[in-house]
Design a protein. Structure first.
Length: 405
C-alpha cells in the first residue's frame, strides 16, 4: 500500500533523521550493551508542501533533532534488543507545521543449533503525517484540507527459517500491521492488515539460492469497509549471500487484488506483473553499486484508490582513497503510479490519475571520529502528474551531524 511508502519517503526529513543509528561503543551494564545516539539535520526545502491541491510553492528551513537509544542483550546465539527513537521537527517560517514522531519496540533474534533462525518483533509508533499546507484562518478540523494527521501504528512481525538437508530451507512469516488515525474525522484511512507468507529456498551454489515465495494479505478498513480487500503475490527469484560480490534479492512474480465489495468506477479485481529487487554489487573495495526496484499494487494514502506503483533506483557509493573518512553517495531514480478508476482533481475535473517521478540526489559524508559523522546532501524531485493536486518539483539541501555510541 502506498501508505507505507508515503510515511517513510514522502516526508524524507524523518527518514534521514532516523538513519542515524546505534554505534559500536562499549557502554555496558553487565552483559547489557547500551547504545545511545543523537542526530541533528538542518534542511532547506523550496517546496515544503509540494504544491498540494495546487498551492503556491513555500520554502522553509527545518531543524530535526533525533535522540534515541538501543539496549542489546546477547543471549549466547540469541539476542534481545529494545529500541527507542524520536524525530523532533521544527519549521522556521511555518511553526504550525512542527511535529514529533516517536517509535519504540522490542525484537528477539534467535539462532538454534538445529538450523532454526528467525525474529520476533513488535514496534509501536506515535506519529503524524505533517501538514500539507499553511494554516488558513477560520479553518480547522475536517474543514481544513491541509490538516495534520496524527496516527498510532503497531507493527508485529514473526519470521522463522529452517535450513535442512544442506541445500534446502523453508521460511514462514506473519505480519499484523494496525494503523489508526487518532481523530475520528480521518477514520476512513484507518485499517488493519494481516499478512501470511512463506518461501522455499534451494542453494544451488555456495552463495546463491533460488527461491519460491507466496504472500497472502487481508486488509480491513475501520469505517471505509467498501475498500476491504484481499491480496496475493507469487514470486520466483534468486537470493545472493551477503558476503558475495553480488548480494541481495531478485524477485519476479505476479500480484492480484480483489475487493470484497463492488464499487462503481473502480476495477474491483485486477492483477499485474510484480517485482522486488534489492541488489548490491561491489565494484571494488571502495565502490558499491546498488539497485532497488519495485512494482506492486497499492492504495493511495489520500483517497484509498488502488494503483500500480513502479520505481527503480540506482545508488553509487565511493570511499575516497586519499581520505577514507570521506565518502560520496549518488542516487538516481524513476517511478510511475498508474491508477485504476477515475477520481476528482482540485479543479473538479474527473479523470484517471497518472504520475511520473524523477529523483536525483548527491551527498558527501565525513566520519570525523569513530562516533561522529557529518554529511552534506542535495536532492531534486520532479513529480509530473496529470493531477494539479500532486504535480510539483522540489529542491532540498540538508546538513547532518550524528553522534552514535
Amino acid at each position: 500500500m502506498s501508505l507505507f511508502i508515503f510515511l517513510f519517503l514522502a516526508f524524507g526529513l524523518s527518514v534521514r533523521a532516523q538513519e542515524i543509528g546505534p554505534g559500536t561503543g562499549n557502554i555496558k551494564v553487565g552483559s547489557l550493551e547500551v547504545h545511545p545516539f543523537i542526530g541533528a539535520v538542518e534542511t532547506y526545502n523550496d517546496n515544503i508542501f509540494k504544491n498540494y491541491l495546487g498551492q503556491q510553492a513555500e520554502s522553509d528551513f527545518i531543524t530535526t533533532v533525533s535522540p534515541g537509544i538501543r539496549l542489546l542483550l546477547p543471549l549466547r546465539l540469541h539476542s534481545l534488543l529494545f529500541d527507542y527513537r524520536a524525530d523532533i521537527n521544527g519549521f522556521s517560517r511555518f511553526s504550525e507545521t512542527n511535529y514529533i514522531n516517536q517509535q519504540t519496540g522490542l525484537a528477539f533474534n534467535f539462532d538454534f543449533p538445529a538450523g532454526i533462525t528467525g525474529t520476533l518483533s513488535d514496534y509501536y509508533s506515535d506519529a503524524r503525517i505533517p501538514r500539507k499546507g499553511k494554516q488558513i484562518s477560520g479553518l480547522s478540523g475536517s474543514s481544513d484540507p491541509f490538516r495534520e494527521l496524527p496516527y498510532a501504528l503497531n507493527d508485529f512481525n514473526t519470521r522463522i527459517r529452517y535450513r535442512f538437508v544442506d541445500r534446502w530451507a523453508v521460511e514462514g512469516r506473519y505480519n499484523n500491521y494496525d494503523y489508526g488515525y487518532k481523530n475520528s474525522i480521518d477514520d476512513s484511512g484507518s485499517f488493519q492488515r494481516n499478512l501470511f507468507g512463506g518461501s522455499l529456498f534451494y542453494r544451488f551454489t555456495p552463495k546463491t539460492d533460488i527461491l519460491f515465495e507466496y504472500n497472502y494479505s487481508k486488509v480491513d478498513y475501520k469505517t471505509a469497509t467498501s475498500n476491504d480487500n484481499k491480496n496475493q503475490i507469487y514470486y520466483v527469484g534468486l537470493s545472493f549471500d551477503p558476503t558475495s560480490k553480488l548480494s541481495g534479492d531478485l524477485k519476479l512474480g505476479w500480484g492480484q487484488k480483489d475487493y470484497n465489495n463492488n464499487l462503481a468506477g473502480r476495477n474491483n479485481s485486477f492483477s499485474t506483473f510484480s517485482s522486488l529487487i534489492d541488489l548490491g554489487y561491489r565494484l571494488s573495495t571502495r565502490d558499491l553499486l546498488s539497485l532497488r526496484g519495485y512494482r506492486a499494487i497499492e492504495e493511495d494514502v489520500d483517497t484509498n484508490a488502488p494503483f500500480v506503483n513502479t520505481y527503480a533506483t540506482l545508488v553509487y557509493r565511493h570511499t575516497f582513497s586519499w581520505n577514507e573518512k570521506l565518502s560520496l553517495n549518488a542516487r538516481a531514480g524513476y517511478g510511475t503510479k498508474k491508477f485504476e478508476g477515475s477520481t476528482s482533481d482540485a479543479d473538479g475535473t474527473i479523470k484517471t490519475r497518472d504520475d511520473r517521478q524523477w529523483v536525483g540526489e548527491i551527498g558527501f559524508f565525513y566520519a570525523w571520529m569513530r562516533w561522529l559523522t557529518l554529511g552534506l546532501n542535495y536532492s531534486y524531485t520532479d513529480n509530473n502528474s496529470n493531477f494539479i493536486t500532486y504535480k510539483y518539483t522540489e529542491n532540498r539541501v540538508w546538513f547532518t551531524a550524528s553522534a552514535a555510541f
